[in-house]
Design a protein around this ligand. Structure first.
Ligand SMILES: Nc1ncnc2c1ncn2[C@@H]1O[C@H](COP(=O)(O)OP(=O)(O)OP(=O)(O)O)[C@@H](O)[C@H]1O
Ligand SMILES: [Mg+2]
Length: 252
């Protein structure tokens, strides 16, 4: 592997007495689309938050572009890492355009004022399949799927090299979900951005991922390309997940 863009080096995290991540070792190469799946509470969100420094490991390290997250300026680190979450978390009192421009503006990035800002926001809206005319609207006047797309546009605004997505398509209908999946695949292909994508849907994990990480109780069950997960599940737990995805395919 070329130098990993993200490296977990024996990273452990506990809350109170509860061990949530246990000596996680994982390298993510630049341009990978890593999907992360596992039961509720197995440590998926915790793993993402170690990458953008919202949480610090109790033991071990997490490196981003070769640098220990613990020693990075959080503001600089997070400018390079987009974060899109379920429920989106748009600012309700800001227009779509202002929401999108928020991170670049507070970071003082050039070209995020007046007409230039409008143009950039319009470009991002188009890239997530939205009409640029939505720029002046407020989040409350958007559908759930539109809000989700604006959340992705916002996460992409500062031109990050890494995109963390935590169940970003959880709250939309199946058709919109399929469209959002195709859009994120296009964005990934076009930009070469590295994506860590948490999902509860094994079908989604296998469709989107160049590799899929299966976590159980804070440990890696398997981390492999989807074809390998399907053909050679490493553990009984992964086998079960795969069986469930076959059931879905059969019913579809
Ligand atoms: N800040 C916190 N304080 C205390 N406990 C926490 C905190 N954050 C997470 N936990 C606990 O750590 C465990 C793992 O949480 P995490 O959010 O990583 O799970 P998850 O895999 O993302 O689950 P889900 O699929 O439900 O989102 C859970 O038991 C959770 O209650
Ligand atoms: Mg979570």
């Amino acid at each position: 592997m070329t130098q990993p863009i993200i490296r977990f080096e024996g990273a452990s995290k506990s809350f109170g007495g509860q061990v949530v991540l246990q000596e996680l070792d994982l390298d993510v190469a630049p341009g990978e689309f890593l999907t992360i799946i596992g039961r509720s509470g197995c440590g998926k969100t915790t793993a993402l938050r170690l990458v953008n420094g919202l949480l610090a490991p109790d033991a071990g390290r997490v490196l981003v572009q070769g640098r220990d997250v613990a020693g990075c300026d959080p503001a600089v680190l997070r400018r390079g890492i987009g974060y899109a979450i379920q429920g989106v978390g748009l600012f309700p009192h800001m227009t779509v355009e202002k929401n999108i421009a928020y991170v670049p503006s507070i970071s003082g990035l050039d070209g995020w004022k007046g007409a230039e800002r409008r143009e950039k926001a319009a470009g991002l809206l188009k890239s997530v399949g939205l009409d640029p005319d939505l720029a002046g609207r407020y989040p409350r006047s958007l559908s759930g799927g539109q809000r989700q797309r604006v959340g992705i546009a916002r996460a992409l605004a500062a031109g990050p090299e890494i995109l963390l997505m935590d169940e970003p398509f959880g709250a939309v209908d199946e058709i919109t979900r399929g469209q959002l999946q195709d859009e994120i695949l296009r964005i990934h292909e076009r930009s070469g951005i590295t994506i860590l994508f948490v999902t509860h849907d094994i079908g989604e994990a296998l469709k989107l991922g160049t590799r899929t990480l299966v976590l159980e109780a804070g440990r890696i069950e398997q981390c492999a390309p989807p074809s390998q997960i399907l053909q050679a599940p490493a553990t009984a737990f992964v086998e079960q997940l795969v069986c469930r995805s076959r059931e879905f395919q059969m019913r579809a």
